[in-house]
Design a protein around this ligand. Structure first.
Ligand code: G4P
Length: 210
């Protein structure tokens, strides 16, 4: 069973509050709630990227997973790459991103998984070369959003195919009201979410209280 520290009073004691506040303030200031369940954060995460914020997020992931001996960070293109790279720079470990599109150079010797996007209503095959993941790897998954958890489930499937070990999942923004977090908790996965959104109310973001 994987040990994990809940993001409550323990997190505050460990000094995690500052980054969380910075990120929540940024989401309040620049985020836009679209409809019932989508948050647009394309001014710092999903389109334009704030490198200083990414560096701070990477350091925070490192602080939260520092007791875990990882060999590799895994994510999915495209929006997972920025926070995953920031974490890779903090851990000094390689970052591998699953590709969603067939490429000239990525054709053979692949692990693949089907990922359905509820947001985009499309299914994608994600693929990672067998060269970059194997039985000796201890993996930290990093992604921008945890919503329905389909992307993370696809990566966990691939980690299983490679006989590698999942050590934890770090996400920048979790929408706790969607089912992804519950799915990972059921599997006893160590999850660290830097901003946890409880709900959208009247176009405003309501964060989980710690
Ligand atoms: P998942 O990420 O938990 O698997 O959830 P879901 O299948 O619902 O999400 C599908 C895509 O939509 C994912 O990106 C995910 O990061 C993104 N997403 C989910 N909720 C939100 C949201 O509230 N705001 C924004 N901006 N994105 C959200 P993707 O398909 O992998 O696309 P991309 O990484 O190429 O951008």
């Amino acid at each position: 069973m994987v040990k994990f520290v809940k993001q409550t009073a323990v997190g505050r004691e460990k000094g995690w509050g500052q980054l969380v506040k910075l990120l929540e303030d940024r989401i309040r200031q620049d985020g836009q709630v679209l409809g019932a369940d989508v948050l647009k954060v394309d001014s710092f995460l999903n389109h334009q990227i704030d490198p200083d914020l990414m560096a701070a997020l990477g350091a925070e992931f490192h602080a939260r997973f520092k007791d875990v001996d990882i060999t590799k960070i895994l994510t999915v293109e495209s929006s997972g790459i920025a926070p995953a790279l920031a974490a890779g720079m903090a851990f000094h470990k390689p970052v591998v991103f699953a590709r969603k599109h067939k490429s000239l150079t990525l054709k053979d010797h692949l692990y693949t998984a089907e990922v359905y996007s509820f947001t985009k209503k499309t299914a994608n095959t994600i693929a990672i070369s067998t060269k970059f993941l194997g039985p000796n790897d201890r993996v930290l998954i990093i992604d921008d959003f945890l919503a329905n958890g389909q992307a993370v489930e696809g990566l966990i499937d691939i980690i299983g195919q490679a006989q590698a070990h999942l050590e934890g999942v770090g996400v920048v923004i979790e929408k706790s009201f969607q089912k992804g977090r519950a799915l990972l908790d059921q599997r006893h996965v160590h999850v660290e979410a830097l901003a946890r959104i409880a709900a959208f109310e009247n176009g405003q973001v309501v964060f989980e209280q710690d």
